[in-house]
Each structure stands twice: as C-alpha cells, then as structure tokens.
Design a binder for this molecule. Structure first.
Ligand code: SF4
Length: 397
C-alpha cells in the first residue's frame, strides 16, 4: 500500500495576467493593452475558475501545490491590492511555506513598495523582463522602459533582500552586433543574477516585426552570428558557475525554476485565465488530459459567466500524443529524457522503435544517448525547433 506522501501529486499552478501598458513590436503572447480597467473583474473570473477546478477536479485528488507562477502580460502592472486579492483568493489557507512562488515584473512598473507587498504575500521569486541594457535596442523592441529603469529595478530587488530572481534578456535582435550582445550579457552577469533566461528573437508574421520583415525593413543578425552568440552565451555563463538546464534557461546551482521544470518534465499543472493551458494526469485516462482556455477576454468572460469551463470537457490524451509530447518537452532539458522512465511509462516496444527511428539523427550528431538519457547534443540544441520537427516527421511518418 502506498503512503499518503506517495499518492500526493505535485501540482504547478499558473495564472495568466494578460495586461500590458503597450504591446511590444515582437510580441505574439496573449496580452492586451488598454484593458487595465478590467483587471479587478478579471481577477474575480480567475478565482471563479480556480474554485470550480478545486471543487470538481481536485476535490478527490491528494495534491500539493509545489509552485505557483503569476505570468503575463505584465503582472507588476497590477496594484498591490489587486495582487493581494488574487493571492488570498488562490490560497485562502495561506501560501504553502515550501512553495516556489514567482511573479513576472517589468522594470517600469516594479516599485520598492510592490516588492515589499509581494514578499508579505509569500511570493519568493521575481522574473524581471529586462530584454536588453541598450536604450536604442529597447526602443526598437517597443519596450516602454529604459536601461536606467532596468538597473534601478535590479538594484531594488537586490537591496530588498531577494535571493531568488531571474533576469530575462533577448538576443538575435534587429541590428544587434556581437559587441551589443556581449555587453548585455556581461551586464546581467555583473549583477550576479542567480538565474538568466535568454530568448532568441523569433518573428511572428502577425506582429509589427513580422510585417517589417516581410517589407524588407528589418535587419536581423545572420544565422552564423546567432550561433556565435549562443556559443559565447554558453561559455560565459558556464565560466561563472551557471548550469544550462534548459534550452533558454541558465541557473546557479539550486536556482533552476521549479515551475518551468513542471512543464518540461510533464508533471501536472493547472493554468488559469485567458489562453492558459493545463495538463492533468489524475482521473483523465492513463496518459492525462490537456485543455486550453479561450485566448480572448470576451471568450473567457463568457465561460466564466456560463460556468462551462474547458476542464469539464477535457478529453484523455491518446497514448501516441502523450509519448510525442514527452519526447518533445523532455528534449528541451539539457539532461534529456531518461530512457528507463520512458520505457516504464510507454512500454519497451514503443521506445525501441523510437530509438531505431532516431538513429540517423544520432549518427548525424544532433541527438545522443548518454548515461541512459536521450538528449540533444550541443550542436542539436542550437537548432532544437527544426530538430523536433524532423523528429516528429521521422517518428510519425
Ligand atoms: S511586456 Fe511582454 S507580454 Fe507585454 S507586450 Fe511586451 S513582450 Fe508582450
């Protein structure tokens, strides 16, 4: 018989707060500007969703929330009172003491007073969207903060005694030279941040950058330059003690983001709010179930009013989809996927067929089997998205 500890599932909780003062030129996230007046009513809807999930889906499950992430959008745009209402509504019994509790913040809206409020509420990790320490670049990206505000925000975080925080930077930016990139990276490392998220710019056709690119007005670094940036990034971060634990994420020992690991390790998570996705493994068939909320305010408001939450119509994942998803998310992790674990979940035959299927990619040096793990090589990690597409067509085809 299993102990209570063994049957208690770890659960990640995500709340999407899709409010921004202005849309950035590259942004294709679910976020809206000019809707600040709706924040309070939106929080009420999110809490209704949480209440429905808690009473219907989680009531018969023994679970423990191991991480909570308030993401966006710009969560630091919320007033202290709004964040308090949200947090107290999510955790009426109090925030679990051992839970990782993150909030995303942007430099222009993070204040010393908000930092104190977050701490008071039990939030213990800040993810700061800096993107660049270069004012020209920030302007080009359509960010509304300046380098000075970013430096002030980092200093405030440090001076208020936060140990667990992350700086987000972007690279592969329009007009960005190697020197620009190195200067940004050096500055972030100089601050001694324990966690660094480094996102390579991708262009979505529906964004202003997408349109500028189509019109030939956007000059992006060449592919070789981006690969060089990735090399420098890896060298510089490793040399000061970071672990490159996921494609875009680097952490000092003990500072990897527990919440993000939930996604990549396919542990269950509940996403609340506009456009949020969830994955739940209990009572949803052997391979779990996914569901997704509407990505418009109007659509989300409508389901909040009707009570017809998407989780009520969740469909169990077919075995093949669950397997593919395990592969694709697991390969984002530097340690890759543990083959034994894959076998015990999906059976030896399926794993054997897959390893045979990927043998050509292994021979070409993009994937490797190392210490019982299937993982992307350093070279493969550089082109992970393309590699994953090839993998899907090889295995499915
Ligand atoms: S702050 Fe973030 S979410 Fe908001 S528009 Fe800019 S990139 Fe998008």
């Amino acid at each position: 018989m299993k102990t209570k500890e063994e049957t208690t599932i770890p659960l990640g909780l995500y709340v999407h707060l899709p409010f921004c003062r202005r849309k950035c030129a590259y942004c294709d996230f679910v976020s809206y500007s000019g809707k600040e007046d709706s924040i309070s009513s939106y929080i009420s809807q999110v809490l209704l969703e949480w209440q429905a999930i808690s009473t219907v889906l989680l009531a018969s499950t023994s679970f423990r929330i191991t991480s909570c992430y308030l993401g966006g959008g710009t969560p630091s745009l919320l007033s202290e009172e709004q964040v308090r209402n949200l947090v107290e509504g999510l955790f009426p019994q109090g925030v679990p003491a051992d839970m990782e509790f993150s909030i995303e913040a942007n430099p222009e809206s993070l204040t010393v007073s908000k930092l104190a409020c977050y701490r008071d509420l039990g939030i213990n990790r800040i993810s700061l969207g800096v993107q660049s320490f270069n004012d020209t670049m920030l302007l080009r990206l359509g960010r509304i903060h300046t380098t000075r505000q970013a430096v002030e925000a980092i200093t405030s975080i440090q001076d208020s005694g936060w140990e667990n925080y992350s700086i987000d930077l972007m690279y592969g930016l329009p007009g960005q030279s190697m020197a620009d990139f190195s200067a940004d990276l050096k500055k972030a490392l100089w601050f001694g941040t324990p966690h660094l998220s480094m996102y390579c710019l991708t262009i979505n056709p529906s964004t202003p950058f997408g349109r500028q690119l189509a019109e030939g007005k956007l000059m992006l670094p060449r592919e070789e330059e981006i690969i060089k940036m990735m090399d420098v990034l890896e060298e510089e971060t490793l040399s000061v003690g970071f672990e490159h634990y996921e494609t875009s994420n680097f952490a000092k020992p003990g500072f990897a983001c527990r919440h993000n690991l939930t996604y990549w390790q396919l542990d269950p998570y509940i996403g609340l709010g506009v456009g949020a996705v969830s994955f739940f493994t209990q009572e949803s068939g052997p391979w779990g179930a996914h569901w997704e909320n509407p990505s418009t305010f109007w659509g989300y408001e409508r389901i909040a009013r009707s009570g017809k939450w998407p989780f009520l119509e969740r469909a169990p994942l077919p075995r093949e989809s669950a397997f593919m998803e395990t592969l694709l998310t697991g390969l984002r992790l530097r340690e890759g996927i543990e083959i034994n674990q894959l076998q015990s979940r999906f059976g030896k035959e399926m794993v054997k067929k897959t390893l045979q299927g990927v043998a050509p990619i292994v021979r070409e040096g993009w994937l490797e089997v190392e210490k019982g793990h299937l993982r992307a090589t350093k070279q493969g990690g550089r082109i992970l998205d393309a590699l994953i597409l090839e993998l899907v067509s090889d295995i499915m085809g």
